[in-house]
Design a protein around this ligand. Structure first.
Ligand code: ADP
Length: 344
C-alpha cells in the first residue's frame, strides 16, 4: 500500500481523465434537476400549509390561555376600590407564572386592606381620644358660663380640671406626632451609643418622679464588655422612660430594677417592678396603640394608651425586640433584646 505522502507527489497528468458529456446528456441532467427542484418546491408548499394552520391554532390557544387570566386581572384592577380590597380574585392554581402573579396581586391587596383598616382604626381611636377631653373642657366652661351663682372654689376646680384635659390633649398630640415621625423615619440620626451610659442618664432623669411615688430605681450591668449600639439617643431614652413611668404610674410597687444582661453575643435589657403586674391575657395587646387595661385609671394618670406602642416602635427601629415577660410573677417585667453594633 502506498503512503499518503507518496500519493501527494503523483503528477496531475497521471490521474484518470473524466469523460466529457455530450450536449444531450447535459440537457437531460439539467431537466432532471429542474424537475427535482420543482418537486421539492411543491412538497414544501403543501407541508407548509398544515404547519401554518397548526402554528396559528397553537398561537391562538396559547395567547387565549395566557391572556384570559391577564384580562381578568386587568378587569379586577379597574374594579378595585378601598372598600373591596379584601376580595380575592379566584383562579385555578396551575403553579405557573400567571398563577404566581395573581397570588401576588391577592397578597398585595390583603396587605393594603390591612393597612387601610389600621389607618381607619387609628383615626377613629385618635378622634375618640381627642373628643373625650374636649367634651370635658366644653362641659366645664359651659357650667361656669351658665351657672353664674357657682362659688369661686367650684369655678377654680372646673378650670383646673379643664386645664388638666388640655394637658392630656397636648401629650396625645405629641405622642401622635412622635409616632408618625418614627413611622416615616423623619430626621432620625443614629450614632454609636453606650447603652449603660444611656440608661444611667435615663435613671437620673426619672429619679425625682420615682422618689415622689416612693419608688427606688436600681441599675445593674451584668455584662463584662461595653454594649454599643447605633441609636437615636433621644428616642431610645424615651422608650425606656415610657416603661419606667408606667411602673411609677400603675404598678403600686416600691422598686424598679434595670438590668443589662448578656444574651449569646448580644445583650438584653430587663426592666421590672415589684408591683401588681400585668395579667398574661393582656400580653398580646399590651403594645397596641390606644390599648389600656384600666381605661378610666389610665386617663386619670394622663396616659394616652400610646406609651408602650411608641416604646415598641422605637425598640424595633433599633433592630430590637421587646416582650412582656409573662413568666415573671413578682410584678411586671419587660425584656428587650438588641444586636450589638448593628446598623439599621
Ligand atoms: P398609657 O400611655 O395610657 O400609659 P401604655 O401603652 O403605656 O398606656 O400602657 C398600656 C397599659 O398597660 C396601661 O394603661 C396600664 O394599664 C398597663 N401597664 C403598663 N405598665 C404597667 C405596669 N408596670 N404595671 C401595671 N400595669 C401596667
Amino acid at each position: 500500500m502506498q503512503s499518503p505522502v507518496h500519493n501527494a507527489f503523483i503528477n496531475q497528468n497521471d490521474r484518470p481523465r473524466r469523460r466529457v458529456l455530450t450536449q444531450d446528456e447535459q440537457f437531460l441532467i439539467r431537466e432532471s434537476r429542474l424537475k427535482d427542484l420543482d418537486n421539492i418546491r411543491q412538497m414544501s408548499f403543501y407541508s407548509l400549509i398544515p404547519l401554518l394552520i397548526l402554528s396559528f391554532a397553537g398561537g391562538y390557544t396559547l395567547s387565549h390561555i395566557i391572556l384570559k387570566p391577564l384580562e381578568k386581572l386587568s378587569r379586577e384592577i379597574k374594579r378595585k376600590e378601598v372598600e373591596n380590597l379584601n376580595q380575592e380574585i379566584e383562579f385555578p392554581d396551575k403553579g405557573d407564572e400567571i398563577s404566581e402573579l395573581l397570588q401576588s396581586f391577592n397578597n398585595m391587596n390583603k396587605k393594603l386592606h390591612k393597612a387601610f383598616e389600621g389607618q381607619k382604626q387609628f383615626v377613629e381611636n385618635a378622634s375618640h381620644e381627642i373628643k373625650h377631653p374636649l367634651s370635658v373642657i366644653k362641659a366645664n366652661l359651659d357650667t361656669i358660663q351658665d351657672h353664674k351663682g357657682i362659688s369661686k372654689k367650684q369655678q377654680n376646680e372646673l378650670i383646673k380640671n379643664a386645664s388638666k384635659q388640655i394637658k392630656t390633649m397636648d401629650c396625645l398630640t405629641e405622642d401622635l406626632l412622635l409616632l408618625s415621625h418614627i413611622n416615616a423615619k423623619i430626621g432620625i440620626q443614629l450614632k454609636k451609643t453606650n447603652i449603660l451610659k444611656l440608661l444611667q442618664n435615663v435613671k437620673t432623669n426619672i429619679e425625682d418622679k420615682a422618689k415622689k411615688a416612693d419608688m427606688h430605681i436600681n441599675l445593674k450591668n451584668k455584662t463584662e464588655k461595653e454594649n454599643i449600639i447605633y441609636a437615636n439617643q433621644n428616642l431610645l431614652e424615651r422608650a425606656f422612660i415610657n416603661i419606667l413611668e408606667n411602673s411609677i404610674k400603675y404598678s403600686k410597687g416600691d422598686t424598679i430594677n434595670i438590668i443589662i444582661d448578656q444574651k449569646n453575643e448580644d445583650f438584653e435589657i430587663k426592666i421590672s417592678d415589684n408591683g401588681k403586674g400585668i395579667n398574661k391575657k393582656y400580653a398580646k395587646n399590651i403594645f397596641d396603640r390606644f390599648y389600656r387595661i384600666d381605661r378610666g385609671r389610665s386617663r386619670e394618670q394622663g396616659g394616652s394608651g400610646l406609651g408602650l406602642a411608641i416604646t415598641k416602635e422605637i425598640i424595633e427601629l433599633h433592630n430590637g425586640v421587646i416582650k412582656l415577660d409573662t413568666a415573671y410573677k413578682k410584678g411586671t417585667r419587660f425584656v428587650m433584646s438588641f444586636e450589638k453594633e448593628k446598623k439599621t
